[in-house]
Structure formats: C-alpha cells, structure tokens
Design a protein around this ligand. Structure first.
Ligand code: AMP
Ligand code: GLY
Length: 433
C-alpha cells in the first residue's frame, strides 16, 4: 500500500509513524510534514491546502490511500476532488466537514437529531445579539464565531458585559474575518471536558479509546487557551458506560442525520463533550483526529492502522476485526516555544532528541519542527509531543517527563501536570463528588 498523509503537526507524525508499522505499507509520504515525519516517511513539499498539487502528486505516485490530518483541506473539499479522480481517501467530504466548518450547521444538525448540546441562538446582527444578552435570565453564555478560527473563535463569558464585548469583537470589529459573519450564542455548561473519537465509514462507528486533552496553557488549567498542551489515554473521565452512552446518544444520531441530509460521514468524528450533571453534552464536533489526543491514542493502538483507515475509506469498517489496544496508558506532553499561544520565535536549535528517544517506551512526535543543515529547528508554537507508555499512568507520566528533560532549546516550556487530572478525578469519584 502506498500512503500519503496530509498535514505537518504532531498528529500527522503519529499517523505516519503508526502507518509505517503496517506490513502492508510499502511507502508513506507526508505533505508537507516536519523534521520528524521526514525521518519516519518521505516529506513532499506541498502545502496541506494546495489541493491541485496534492491531487497531481497522488495520481503520479499511484497513492492507494490518502489520510487527511487537519480540518482546513477537508473543509475546502480535498476529499471531493480525490474521490472525483477515483482515489481512496480517509476523511469527510466538504459537505460532511461542515460539521466542523460551521458551528451553526453543527448546532442545527444536533437540534434536528436530538443530540444533547447547550441551548443556542444564531445571530448575524450585533444589536439583536446584544438585546438578547440583555434580556436573558442567565448571564453566563458562550459566544462563538460560526466558521473556522483555529480554535480561537470561542469566548466563554461570565458576565453580560463580557458577552457584549465578544459580540462586538466578532460581528462588528470582524476579529475573525468572514468566519465571524455569524455567531452562535449558547448556554455556558459546567463540568469536566472530555473527547471521544470514532472512526466512521458512513454507517459503522468504531470508537477509539478515550483521551483527555489539556487545553489551557498553564498548570492547573490556568492561562490562555491553546491547541492542546498534552493528553493522556485512557481517561477515567470517560468510563466504558459513558462511551456506550455517547455512541448511542451522540454518534449514532449524528451519523444517521448526516446520511439523511445527503452528507454521508466518512473519516474520524470527534465529539468534544462537557460531562454535565444531566449527562454528556456536545460542545463541538471536529471532523478529524485530535491533536495531541492522537499521539497518546495511537501509541496504544495495536491493530494495523492502515487496514482500518483503508476499510473506513471504502465503507467497509463492518468487515474488520475489533480494534486491539495496549492496556498500558500513554501520556503525551507538548513542548512549546516561548510566547506560545501568543507570538513566538522560530528557528531555535533543538538538542537532546537522541537522548530522549532512548528513554524507555517513549516516542518524540514532532509538531512545529524543520530540518536545516542536519539540525532540527523549532518551526511552530507547539514544537514536540513527547509521548510515553508505562505500566500505570504515574509511570507513563514519569517516562514522558524523563524524555522531556533530555530536550532543550532557548525558551522551551511545557506543562508539568499532564495526566494529573486523572488522579483528581479518581479521588473526586471516590468521595462521591
Ligand atoms: P469549542 O471550540 O466549541 O469546543 O470551544 C472551545 C472551548 O470553549 C471548549 O473546549 C470549552 O472549554 C469551551 N466551551 C465551548 N462551549 C462551551 C459551553 N457551551 N459551555 C462552557 N464552555 C464551553
Ligand atoms: N485537541 C483539540 C483538537 O484537536 O482540536
């Protein structure tokens, strides 16, 4: 099998690394990739959103399976173009990717399919949105730009004034450009956050082992929101019973409603959840694997990923064996550049990667890196996803941080508490909280 992975982050490095292990796979390309994917695959210098060039490359290289990592090419319709050209591709079509590309679409679909989610209203007019805020009984809301805004288009508000400001910034000052021509205002939910990811082929849904992301920049979930500073899997936050509930109440009705709507969903469906007192409610859908959840989850997958993604792309997930998982937990610690998630410098030399690779059961997935004259340089905000397995979570965490300790560049930092949420949650559950 000849495979092309599209993207350049930690998720894509993990995909490349795992796909490469399949005895069925002859070659893995990654476009555009990073310094890490360049070691485990062959990098191709084509941007993830350059659909015509990617298509040309896939045809020329007789690619059997293309796996799309990030949302932008999905929302832009890469999958439609590949299918039209007779190529096999893992990921949803443009119409199906609207589930992530438009929060309004996602909310309305959930309403139609009776999927539990926060109550919401849609606005394009700032004055109307503000008078809605002024008249609401409950002050706490979340204001969201409708379109893709790299995770930044969501403002969680505690007061009416914060909500008014968010409305003005998005609708009047156009902080997110056309992505903010429309907003969703929804009730603010309380609870623990967790995500459940599933491979979907239009009909069959195969949930992956659960993982928990750490979205805040600093320890104890403080500081600004980021793309994700670390993840661990499995998580006690999502019990096997809860997985069943989410499959039944969220994933099945969503996939069914999408099919009814002529938007057959194939790819990875990612439900971002708030675990409220009334049960799990959907915060958002993503139409791709999560980053950094993928790094932790794929470390634990024993099954042949190439077979699974190939079957999903062909609508044949029902024919494959159940997924097999390593029972050992995995922890992924993201090492970031100074200044991230704000402005950050690029081009720092990264040292200690060889020592880190020698740590027991550890794998360093690259995210924002590039190779220059045999040196690995920082090239993004999230630079590395240092991931490790252990007999238990404490040991997985220890291995991951042992590897982190080997690595250095000017301004490198990471959270020190990745996976501690699991212990907090377990002790809360024991107290009956
Ligand atoms: P989203 O991109 O929609 O997942 O939102 C990003 C983050 O905003 C989530 O991970 C939550 O932390 C927070 N958030 C989104 N919607 C809500 C909500 N209805 N209530 C509380 N927090 C939310
Ligand atoms: N880890 C969050 C995301 O991939 O969107």
């Amino acid at each position: 099998m000849r495979i092309l992975v599209i993207g350049q982050g930690g998720r894509e490095h993990a995909l490349v690394w795992k796909l490469k292990q399949s005895p069925q796979v002859e070659v893995v390309y990654c476009a555009p990739g990073n310094a890490g994917t360049g070691l485990d695959a062959i990098n191709v210098d084509i941007a993830a959103t350059d659909i015509p060039q990617l298509l040309k490359f896939a045809q020329k290289e007789k690619i059997d399976l293309t796996v799309v990592g990030p949302e932008a090419p999905l929302v832009a319709g890469l999958v439609d173009e590949f299918i039209k050209a007779g190529l096999r591709v893992f990921g949803p079509t443009k119409k199906a990717a609207e589930l992530e590309g438009s929060k309004r679409f996602a909310k309305e679909l959930m309403r139609k399919a009776a999927v539990p989610t926060a109550d919401f209203r849609i606005f394009t007019n700032a004055a109307e949105a503000i008078s809605y805020i002024d008249e609401r009984e409950v002050e706490r809301v979340v204001v969201k730009a409708d379109g893709l805004a790299s995770g930044k288009g969501v403002v969680v508000c505690s007061t009416r004034e914060e909500a008014r400001q968010a409305i003005k910034r998005i609708l009047l000052e156009k902080e997110f450009g056309t992505a903010g021509e429309r907003i969703v205002i929804e009730d603010r939910l309380e609870g623990q956050e967790a995500s459940l990811l599933a491979f979907v082929d239009g009909h069959t849904i195969i949930p992956l082992e659960a993982a928990q992301d750490h979205k805040a920049a600093h320890d104890g979930d403080t500081g600004p929101n980021t793309g994700g500073m670390g993840a661990y899997s499995p998580t006690p936050v999502i019990t096997p019973d809860l997985i069943d509930t989410v499959v039944e109440k969220v994933l099945i009705p969503t996939v069914h409603e999408m099919r009814k709507d002529g938007r057959n969903f194939r790819g990875c469906l990612y439900a971002g959840l708030m675990l409220t007192n009334q049960g799990p409610k959907v915060l958002e859908f993503n139409v791709r694997l999560g980053d950094p959840e993928t790094q932790a989850v794929l470390m634990r997958l024993k099954s042949d990923l190439a077979t699974v993604l190939y079957a999903a792309a062909d609508g044949k997930l029902a024919d494959i064996e159940p997924l097999e998982w390593d029972t050992r937990p995995a922890v992924c610690v993201v090492m970031a550049a100074e200044g991230y998630p704000g402005n950050y410098a690029k081009g720092q030399v990264i040292r200690g990667l060889t020592e880190a690779a020698a740590v027991e059961d550890a794998k360093v997935f690259h995210a924002g890196t590039k190779l220059k004259d045999d040196q690995v340089l920082t090239d993004g905000g999230r630079v590395l996803g240092v991931t490790a397995l252990g007999e238990n979570l404490a040991q997985a965490k220890l291995h991951a941080y042992q590897a982190v300790k080997c690595i250095r560049w000017d301004g490198a930092w990471c959270r020190k508490d990745i996976s501690d949420k699991a212990q907090q949650y377990e002790s809360q559950s024991e107290r009956g909280a």
